[in-house]
Design a protein around this ligand. Structure first.
Ligand code: C2E
Ligand code: MG
Ligand code: MG
Length: 741
């Protein structure tokens, strides 16, 4: 897992760039080569100074050592400083005004002076600084093998400058190798010197013979690769290969070594434990005095950390540092992509602007640390609830943007939004008492509200502001029409639950007549919601919501019971028996055991099955036919009647209906309405009636509002009718009164 707590600037300052890393390796290698070629220690130290000067243009390197009495500093090596300068420097007394080097000894730590003309540490050497135009001077201690400071290694510049990480590394490498080189018995052979540098190096070093058989590796090398010298001796570097590079890669590498004497680059190798890792490798060919190839020297450093840091930088440049969520740039990028997908599959993308309500209060009262934790927690929750193709992003302090992709309709958006409210409101335990949050969400839809990211973002923000105005803890669509729907949905789905609990429903009854005899033959039970504040609400406003929330199952059960109870009550009161028609939703048939339910209700209420008629819509017939056939047969076996409501609006063919043992078709109001004016509708009704009769089905017309309609229906030989022309739906009391007359 990547650490999201570092910011990119911190990582960049901390790590070397590839280019700098390469320069460091070059330096190490060059030093090592001079040692390997048998140069004496003085030559090696001069070489180090010069190599570093090349890496820091406009500067001179110098090594000063403490005298035997540990009182004064004297110049030991300074290949680029003129003799007068050296004599001015010699005998420098360490102290608070003794320049960078004098202060290194005085304070026993590195000194980086960027302006020698003003820095108090250069007080005693100000003239020297002016005379030789030394503008800045960085100096680090040189340690002996027993960690005693024996001198200083300095880079003095002819310009004012401050060191970077790279410069710190240059100084450290110089001082440490000089320390190794100096820490010797002066009589020691140069071979020993090589060994010391070899072992003291922070880079992994491998030496092979001309045939690439490994002769030796240093400690660092065995640490990086995990192999011991014994594992490697007599092998070729091939045994380290990771399998990440092809033949071509290695062929080029050796071609470069054999042509130019050198190859440098990034390469993946395999450690003994099997892990593969990136390293920065430089291989050079070493030739003896006669110009014959004597060795290959490989110097490598493990750059997996740099790689990880690069990945971190990459990650952080596209993600929010606190939550690890994509930032706006990446979010926009992903969204542009999802728009394209939406274009091809005709789906919608919903852009949600989620603003946490009153977050400033939390910030002020609980502090930033808790507030940050809360945001992380929220980010986690929200991301858990979304699909792979959805994208979440943190936008500013307490705002999140969420793109819901692949949305088929408003319904699916609505249920996702419900889920988000749920997730955000879950209490979070960060303090002694749990914190509960709410949010205001603005929703803009692609392509409806805008065909590009910027527009949508603006609209979602406008919508979010509106949600805030509406009292927070709510959501708002940019498109006004969706709002009324969704508000009503929220409002009603909650209210309906209460209505069930408190029995706020009533049934009204609308009489049905036989057109031949003109007698009353039945009543349709129609539900109304007796809303405590809004008064009587008609089913057109809530049946749909009840179906979508599944509440229709419970509501429908109550309707069936109540309608049967009423039918029996009228019969017992002495009114002539009539059929009670009850609307049953498809969901009631699919969920629960409708047959057992009706059977129980008939038994409990004492209504004979022949007086119950259930009205189904055509959609049930299109469902899974085999199952529906069985279910409808079971219902028919109970002895009840089946009618198809709103007939003509669906897709069922008459011949097909026969299979379902239907008793009656209810021609939809829409055909009846225009029967007098629209010859088409009249023709359809006539056809329906004729075919129904051929199939032994009765036909009832609903929505009969006037005499003219009735006349037409009669001429079509329609059997029964219901509508305002006869009576509006009415309360049970009104219905009984009507029967009384
Ligand atoms: P529906 O079953 O087709 O009921 C007929 C609707 O037409 C009723 O509306 C009724 O009041 C209305 N109506 C009756 N005569 C006329 C007329 O002459 N002209 C006009 N324009 N309309 C007339 P209502 O009561 O608002 O019910 C609407 C729908 O709600 C019903 O249509 C039915 O589908 C559903 N519904 C009603 N009660 C229930 C119920 O208990 N359960 C279920 N699942 N659905 C119900
Ligand atoms: Mg009906
Ligand atoms: Mg109807």
């Amino acid at each position: 897992m990547l650490n999201a707590n570092l910011n990119p600037a911190e990582i960049e300052n901390f790590q070397l760039s590839h280019e700098e890393q390469e320069k460091i390796l070059q330096l190490q290698q060059a030093i090592l080569e001079s040692v390997a070629h048998g140069e004496d220690h003085m030559a090696v130290i001069n070489n180090i100074c010069q190599l570093e000067e090349q890496l820091l243009p406009n500067s001179v390197g110098s090594v000063m050592l403490m005298d035997g009495a540990y009182e004064y500093l004297n110049v030991y090596a300074a290949p680029s400083i003129p003799a007068q300068g050296i004599s001015r420097l010699n005998g420098l007394k360490p102290g608070p005004g003794g320049g960078s080097c004098g202060n290194v000894i005085y304070r026993l730590e590195p000194q980086f002076v960027s302006n020698t003309f003003t820095d108090p540490r250069w007080q005693d050497l100000r003239n020297l600084a002016y005379d030789f135009n030394i503008c800045s001077c960085w100096s680090v201690p040189i340690y002996s093998s027993v960690k005693k400071v024996i001198g200083t290694f300095a880079l003095s510049s002819f310009e004012h400058r401050s060191p970077t990480t790279f410069h710190h590394r240059l100084l450290d490498i110089g001082a440490s190798i000089i320390g190794i080189v100096l820490d010797r018995n002066k009589s020691e052979a140069s071979v020993r010197l090589f060994e010391k540098v070899f072992e003291g190096s922070e880079e992994g070093i491998m030496i092979t013979d001309p045939n690439k058989f490994i002769l030796s590796v240093n400690n660092t090398f065995t640490k990086i690769l995990g192999y011991t010298l014994e594992d490697l001796q007599g092998q070729t570097p091939k045994m380290l290969s990771s399998g990440q590079h092809d033949e071509h890669f290695y062929a080029n590498m050796w071609k470069s070594i054999n042509t130019f004497g050198l190859w440098r680059g990034e390469i993946w190798n395999r450690r003994k434990n099997g892990e593969i890792f990136p390293e920065w490798l430089s291989i050079s060919a070493v030739y003896d005095q006669n110009g014959n190839l004597s060795h290959y020297i490989g110097i490598l450093s493990d750059i997996s950390d740099i790689k990880t840091a690069e990945e971190q930088i990459q990650f952080l440049s596209s993600h929010d540092a606190l939550t690890g969520l994509p930032n706006l740039m990446l979010f926009k990028d992903r969204l542009d992509h999802t728009f394209k997908i939406a274009n091809s599959n005709g789906r919608k993308v919903a852009l949600l602007n989620i603003d946490i309500d009153n977050f400033q209060l939390i910030n002020d009262s609980l502090g930033h640390t808790i507030a940050d934790k809360l945001l992380c927690d929220l980010a986690k929750r929200l991301s858990q609830g979304i699909t792979d193709t959805d994208t979440l992003c943190r936008h500013g302090g307490d705002e999140f943007l969420l793109a819901l992709t692949n949305m088929a309709d408003i319904e699916s958006i609505r249920s996702s939004v419900d889920q988000i409210f749920e997730q955000i409101s879950q209490p979070i335990l960060l303090t002694q008492s749990p914190i509960s949050l709410s949010s205001s969400i603005g929703i803009a839809l692609y392509p409806d509200d805008g065909d590009n990211f910027d527009t949508l973002l603006k609209q979602a923000n406008v919508a979010m502001q509106q949600a805030k105005k509406n009292g927070r803890n709510t959501y708002h669509y940019y498109t006004e029409k969706l709002n009324s729907n969704s508000l009503e949905f929220l409002h009603f789905s909650h209210g309906l639950r209460n209505a069930i609990k408190h029995e706020h429903f009533v049934l009204h009854y609308q009489p049905q007549y036989d057109l031949n005899s003109g007698t009353l033959i039945g009543a349709e039970a129609l539900i109304r919601w007796q809303h405590p504040e809004e008064g009587l609400i008609f089913p057109g406003r809530f049946i749909d919501i009840a179906e979508k929330t599944g509440l229709i199952v419970e509501i429908g059960e109550w309707v069936l019971k109540e309608a049967c109870r009423q039918a029996v009550a009228w019969q017992r009161a002495g009114y002539p028996p009539m059929v009670m028609a009850v609307n049953v939703s498809v969901l009631q048939l699919r969920r629960g055991n409708i047959k057992a339910l009706i059977q129980n209700i008939l038994r409990e209420t004492g209504l004979a099955a022949e007086f119950l008629e259930i009205e189904l819509t055509e959609s049930i017939l299109l469902d899974s036919i085999d199952q529906t056939l069985i279910m409808l047969k079971e219902l028919k076996d109970l002895g009840i009647k089946l009618a198809i409501d709103d007939f003509g609006t669906g897709y069922s063919s008459l011949a097909y209906l026969k299979k379902f043992r239907i008793d009656k078709l209810k021609i939809d109001q829409s055909f009846v309405r225009d029967i007098a004016n629209n010859p088409n509708d009249a023709a359809i009704i006539l056809a329906i009636v004729q075919m129904a009769h051929a199939l032994n089905l009765k036909v009832i017309a609903e929505g009969v509002e006037n005499e003219e309609m009735l006349t037409h229906l009669l001429s079509c030989h329609c059997d029964e009718a219901q509508g305002y022309h006869f009576a509006k739906p009415m309360t049970a009391e009104a219905f009984a009164q009507m029967l009384d007359h």
